[in-house]
Design a protein around this ligand. Structure first.
Ligand code: ATP
Ligand code: MG
Length: 355
């Protein structure tokens, strides 16, 4: 099913919490809504679900405006952060519940529940109540209960945030595989960039109720169109440094304090702005054996497979990623190199990319 949001806004007591949202979700697509707490993700999802009605704008399913269609008639499957399983019912009864409401014949229900349990690896626990299940099993029951109705649209709101880190990784993969297998259009709300990056076909980045950027993960990571997107996507976060752009003959430089960093042609800003931020990912700053610029180690954060080294340079903090066993400690002097072919430039005031 195709989902389309046309100029959708939501007002709560005079406060606009969702502002003029325009978004197209293709049939079978997995779209993540990503943004910080309070940016309007849940509100948007609940409007798509038919639980809230938009204050302005229209929502279309396959070209048909559904603003006035009640939630129960929208053919949705929903999975929320609190799975809200029925505690007094067994797993079997929880899975069967949506079909019981539809008054399907008992034998048909039985067949579908068993099939769903098999697909989700719940066959062994069908007779247990939710209280006797692990978090991951409960999560799969919630997923099964959403899927068993054969929804045309799946809506997720932070479904994995109650799980431990390892289980999250497993469930991430399972949901993605299942979504691709069944190819049900999916909208997945999260504030966790890793979830969005790993699972979604495209990501809609939201900020203060408005759409900030939308695109596939690689696009948002490699060419973040705005400063906010650059800051929000990527780990460790991109370094964002106040620089001045200077033209010297044919060449363009970024001035960072006393340093002049040459900008390669492929990264030369299209226009100059009075206040500019240079973005460069910690993966694109390295410890230099020769050349580079002197910096002082401010902090080292070991991460197992790599260390994040934060350096003081020209009054700024710059993070870089290094292989472990570098024998550095806080306060050491190092030389660092900026790989300027990976630099980004933004107008500080508007947050727009200058590339
Ligand atoms: N029913 C409501 N009445 C009034 N204000 C609301 C209501 N629901 C949400 N809000 C406000 O709207 C804004 C967006 O809330 P929303 O729940 O959509 O954010 P979110 O992006 O899902 O955040 P989180 O990541 O914390 O879940 C918040 O400022 C919130 O306080
Ligand atoms: Mg929310």
């Amino acid at each position: 099913m195709r989902v389309r949001l046309n100029n959708v806004s939501k007002n709560f007591d005079g406060t606009m919490v969702v502002k003029n949202l325009n978004l197209n979700i293709e049939d079978g697509e997995f779209m993540a809504l990503l943004g910080p707490s309070g940016c309007g993700k849940t509100t948007t999802l609940l409007m798509i679900a038919g639980i809230y009605r938009p204050s302005e704008g229209t929502i279309e399913f396959d070209g048909r405006i559904v603003n006035r269609v009640p939630a129960k008639d929208r053919h949705l499957g929903m999975v929320f952060q609190s799975y809200a399983l029925y505690p007094h019912m067994t797993v079997y009864e929880n899975l069967a519940f949506p079909l019981t409401i539809q008054r399907k014949p008992k034998t048909e229900i039985r067949r579908e529940v068993i099939q769903m349990a098999e697909m989700l690896g719940l066959t062994e626990v069908l007779d247990r109540k939710p209280g006797m299940l692990s978090g991951g099993q409960q999560q799969r029951v919630a997923l099964g209960r959403a899927l068993i109705k054969k929804p045309r649209l799946l809506l997720f709101d932070e479904p994995l945030s109650n799980l431990d880190a390892r289980l999250r990784v497993t469930m991430r993969a399972e949901i993605k595989r299942l979504q691709k297998e069944l190819s049900i259009t999916t909208i997945y709300v999260t504030h966790d960039q890793t979830e969005a990056l790993t699972m979604a076909d495209r990501i809609a980045v939201m900020r203060d109720g408005a759409l900030e950027a939308v695109g596939p993960a690689e696009m948002l990571y490699e060419r973040p169109p705005t400063l906010f997107t650059a800051e929000f996507i990527g780990h460790p976060p991109m370094n964002l440094l106040d620089v001045a752009l200077e033209e010297r003959g044919e060449e363009v430089y970024a001035r960072l304090g006393a340093l002049l960093l040459k900008i390669p042609r492929s990264r030369t800003p299209r226009r100059f702005a009075s206040r500019v931020k240079m973005g460069i990912r910690p993966q694109h700053v390295t410890l230099a054996r020769q050349g580079g610029y002197p910096a002082k180690v401010y902090l080292i954060e070991p991460q197992g497979n790599q260390d994040v080294i934060i350096c003081d340079i020209e009054g700024a903090h710059v993070s870089l990623v290094a292989a472990p066993h570098h024998n550095l400690t806080m306060g050491d002097m190092v030389n660092i190199a900026f790989h300027m072919e990976n630099a980004h430039f933004y107008e500080s005031d508007s947050g727009r990319s200058l590339l």
